[in-house]
Design a binder for this molecule. Structure first.
Ligand SMILES: Cc1ncc(COP(=O)(O)O)c(C=O)c1O
Length: 472
């Protein structure tokens, strides 16, 4: 047997190679309150309940109570409208999946159901459509504001529509879709309307309390039938919890699942999972209970200040331009001249100890860098902006990243549907994504090459890459 302290030391060493989850230097994937007691409390609560199983609420009534408390807290924050019910899920994607599943299974008579969503909706809805055999009607957004176009979405509704989706805000640009007219269009046709507030739902209400102008997006808007809000984002809870709210128990019922048609226990599930660890649930309950409205208001105030400082600093930096009018905690900025390469800026930021997330051009949205700003960014905005300015200068000095036109032409002509895994392996190696050797420090040449590939080819290339990574 390996002594526990050795095993933990090994784990610590492995974790040391990861992006930092605390300190505000990783501006995607992680959410840091900057309060160490929040992490300690979350970990302790997680440990207390991690072996309890949410599969059977009658066996573990504590978990039932925790879940009802969390749903009630989310519901109070998002309109405080009577009749709202919900489920705690493992994350934003699961909440979005269940919203689509509930809508689909409420209409078994629709042969080829479809969802109407803006092109900026989170890819979780693409996954839902893929898994549940639902057609996606992607509706272009306004090319300047990147907000959903309510008239175009209304026009896309037909007899097969089971759900409309809008974001509060969108992940890519952090802009709020016009929820009211979209919900009105859905209601007029008797169609469900989901507000994806996975990333904004726990912070926008506090921004509003602090005086920000936040157009209505919650259950007070007539026609909104479900809302997702992630606790592992701006509720600053450990990973593994989101809440999916439905306006009524009737609307929620169709994502529940039961099977008594086997010799074991009657399987009764509220979510995709069956066995559900009590750990993330207890951690989220403890963190939200500890912070309360007062704690979240104070975290929102710091975050709001940090995001405003970063935004105005970027606006003042020659060569950079914020996309749209982000109202929340997320920013996306692009290059306003072609004297430098944005992927190189991301690499240069990495050299300076910051992770910023490259986003490829898509449907009118240019190549850009995404920032998820959290409370932990408060206080280091100046340092961030100084390093960003230096990174842009370094990228200008380095000059553009060029993809050999012959390679670009070759890649563009590839058909992901007919290429074999072996051919992809060769291509990945040529692109510097050879797998086991890990990623190179500088991603700009790889990103530049990937940017030349049409989305379906990029998907396939990166899936092959993923497969290579997950090979023991
Ligand atoms: C708006 C939105 N929806 C859905 C998701 C998916 O959440 P998760 O990564 O927790 O599955 C995200 C994640 O960032 C998001 O921002």
């Amino acid at each position: 047997m390996n002594p526990p302290e050795d095993v933990l030391a090994e784990l610590r060493e492995l974790r040391a190679g990861d992006l930092p989850t605390h300190g505000g230097r990783t501006l995607a994937y992680v959410y840091d309150s900057g309060l160490s007691e929040v992490d300690t409390l979350g970990a302790a609560a997680h440990a207390l309940a991690s072996s309890a199983n949410g599969l059977d609420p009658t066996a573990f009534p504590s978990l039932l109570r925790l879940e009802n408390d969390l749903v009630s807290a989310a519901s109070s924050l998002l309109g405080d409208v009577p009749g709202v019910v919900g489920s705690v899920t493992s994350g934003g994607t699961e909440s979005c999946l269940l919203a689509v599943l509930a809508a689909r299974d409420a209409h078994p008579s629709i042969e080829s159901p479809s969802i109407v969503l803006p092109t900026t909706a989170h890819a979780a809805f693409h996954k839902a459509a893929h898994l549940f055999g639902v057609r996606r009607i992607d509706v272009p957004v306004d090319p300047v504001t990147f907000r959903a176009d309510p008239a175009a979405m209304a026009a896309a509704i037909d007899d097969s529509t089971i759900l409309l989706v809008a974001s509060a805000p969108s992940y890519a640009h952090g802009v709020l879709d016009p929820i009211e007219p979209i919900a009105a269009a859905a209601a007029a046709r008797g169609v469900r309307m989901h507000v994806d507030a996975c990333i904004g739902g726990w912070v926008l209400p506090y921004f509003a309390k602090l005086g920000a102008e936040v157009p209505p997006f919650d259950f007070r808007v007539p026609g909104v039938t479900s809302i997702s809000v992630d606790l592992h984002k701006y509720a600053y809870c450990p990973k593994g919890t989101s809440v999916l709210l439905h306006a009524s128990a009737e609307l929620r019922r169709s994502h529940y699942f039961a099977s008594a048609a086997w010799p074991g226990y009657t399987m009764l599930n509220t979510t995709i999972q069956s066995t559900r660890s009590g750990g993330p649930l207890a951690a989220a309950w403890a963190v939200t209970r500890h912070l309360g409205s007062e704690g979240y208001l104070s975290l929102a105030a710091s975050t709001r200040e940090a995001v405003a400082r970063i935004r105005s600093g970027i606006a003042d930096l020659p060569g950079l331009r914020i996309l749209g009018d982000p109202i929340s905690t997320l920013l996306a900025f692009t290059a306003s001249d072609d004297g430098f390469d944005l992927f190189t800026v991301a690499d240069e930021m990495k050299v300076r100890g910051w992770y910023v997330q490259p986003q490829f051009a898509f449907a009118g949205s240019p190549v850009n860098l995404h920032l998820t700003v959290t409370a932990a960014n408060h206080g280091s905005e100046k340092e961030f902006l100084t390093d960003l300015a230096a990174s842009v200068d370094a990228a200008r000095a380095a000059g553009p990243v060029t993809v050999d036109p012959a390679v670009a032409e070759f890649v563009a002509a590839l058909d992901p549907a007919t290429l074999t895994s072996e051919q992809f392996a060769g291509l990945l190696a040529a692109a510097g994504l050879g797998g086991a050797s890990g990623l190179p420090d500088r991603m700009a040449p790889i990103n530049a090459l990937l940017a030349t590939a049409p989305a379906p080819l990029r998907e396939r290339l990166l899936l092959e890459f993923l497969g290579a990574l997950y090979t023991p």
